[in-house]
Write a protein that binds this ligand. Structure first.
Ligand code: PFF
Length: 452
């Protein structure tokens, strides 16, 4: 018998769900990764492919996850189990939930390290450390941080602690309360930084860079990167949206709610690009600088602009908030599962998982220095292995299985009942989860596993 309410709590309203899911989706992926992969892949054509991936795979899969969660009303593991059983299918589908909870936990390990870098940049910006600095100096400061395990440990610990403090208080007193404050703050800061970027007079160049379509720049690899990023940026494939969906009221429409989240996430990524590139161009710097775009290029740019210290500080506060609200959602599936499975109180589950995630993060940060010659997969260090295995393999695999689950395993009448769309809309959704999304994801996975 399926449950009416989740034992972990319920979101206060549909709007809270939208803010929580957007908080999960909007993270380092939008503000750090999206602009730099756009830069590396030549801009416009890449952005277009990315938008197509979001529409074709992102939205339907987000709807699939939310509907599974809302029907199961438990952690992703147990929701999948019960929803499978309801359709007369084996309980073993719960393994998909376990895979997801594990992925979230692993991502948390390295995400918290990068979140720590962001927090440390907030403090550097506040002190004006980059004022007037050249590219070499900021580059050295960044490598210096990577070479300094103690410093990274402190910031990683602060970030992990900040996440657990919210999670320990539960869905309503923790997540909901934090999100109600942090998300409006995030949007305001984004607009402020965007306004500042506008004032540089280089918005036109940024627009051309991001939206001029030059098909010759589009490589097969860029298509794969865009597809992979669509999962990561929308927090799909690991059960986060199943967990958040399990706290959503029956009344809300899943289609329009998921659409709102997808649109907000995409808007934030685009606006973040339009806030970053004018600042980069105003300083004649390289938009294709890779991962260092945010941690080296931007601080140099801010350090050499009027009022750059203040806006640079606000920018990193913004990124810190985005990373924090995402980190919360990375741990929620495993916390909810441990509470249900071992019948323990939430604080204990948070303590155990938080400590384990913190330790994993320490291993990840040591891979930049003391353990730099520990190689796990394909010559990659611990940090890069965690990133590669989760983002390139576990999330797409999870996404594929969830699409199959919603498209083939669940009985049609249950998905139809949960989505309550018009017949045409429902057909479109069903065709995407049954055919389009699985085929595209298999192409990405095969490529990742065998050709890269
Ligand atoms: N969507 C987040 C980002 O773009 O940074 C990352 C993420 C959060 C992935 C939560 C997966 C997840 F469950």
């Amino acid at each position: 018998m399926l449950k009416k309410e989740s034992l972990h709590g319920m979101w206060g309203s549909r709007w809270v769900f939208i803010m929580a899911a957007t908080g999960s989706a909007v993270g380092l992926g939008n503000i750090w990764k999206f602009p730099y992969i756009t830069g590396e892949n030549g801009g416009g054509a890449f952005v277009l492919v990315y938008l197509i991936c979001i529409a074709l795979i992102g939205l339907p899969l987000m709807m699939a996850e939310v509907l599974i969660g809302r029907r199961g009303r438990q952690s992703p593991v147990n929701s999948l189990r019960d929803v499978a059983e309801e359709s007369g299918q084996p309980k073993a589908w719960q393994a998909v939930g376990l895979l997801g909870a594990l992925a979230g936990f692993l991502i948390f390990g390295f995400y918290s390290v990068v979140g720590g870098w962001v927090f440390s940049y907030v403090s550097e910006m506040a002190q004006g450390s980059f004022n007037g600095a050249g590219a070499d100096q900021v580059g050295d400061a960044f490598s210096g941080m990577l070479a300094d395990p103690k410093r990274m440990l402190i910031w990683h610990s602060i970030f992990a602690f900040a996440s657990m403090v919210v999670l320990v208080r539960g869905v309503n007193d923790g997540l909901e309360r934090a999100i109600r404050i942090l998300m409006p703050a995030l949007f305001i800061l984004l607009l402020v930084v965007f306004g500042y970027a506008f004032s540089t007079g280089h918005m036109g160049e940024a627009f051309h860079f991001m939206f001029d379509f030059s098909p010759e720049k589009l490589t097969a690899n860029a298509v794969l990167v865009a597809l992979g990023h669509a999962f990561f940026t929308l927090s799909l494939g690991m059960g986060t949206m199943i967990a958040y969906g399990s706290y959503m009221t029956k009344k809300a429409s899943i289609g329009s709610t998921a659409l709102t989240v997808v649109v907000l996430d995409t808007l934030v990524a685009l606006v973040a690009g339009l806030a970053i590139f004018p600042i980069v161009f105003a300083n004649n710097m390289d938009p294709g600088a890779g991962p260092g775009l945010m941690f080296v290029t931007l601080p140099v740019a801010f350090g050499n602009m009027p009022m750059g210290q203040i806006f640079g500080f606000l920018f990193f506060v913004l990124v810190g908030i985005a990373a924090w609200t995402s980190a919360l959602s990375l741990m929620e599936p495993s916390i909810a599962f441990v509470v249900e499975r071992f019948n323990i109180k939430r604080p204990l589950a948070c303590l155990v998982l938080g400590l384990a995630g913190w330790l994993l993060g320490i291993a990840a940060l040591l891979s930049f220095n003391v353990w730099s010659d520990v190689h796990l997969l394909m010559g990659k260090g611990i940090f890069d292995t965690l990133d590669y295995v989760t983002a390139n393999i576990m999330l797409p695999l999870g996404g594929l299985l969830i699409a199959i689950f919603a498209g083939y395993v669940m009985l049609r009448r249950f998905t139809q009942e949960e989505l309550s769309l018009s017949e045409g809309q429902y057909q479109a959704w069903r065709i995407t989860v049954r055919y389009i999304a699985p085929v595209l994801v298999v192409i990405v996975l095969v490529n990742q596993l065998f050709f890269s």
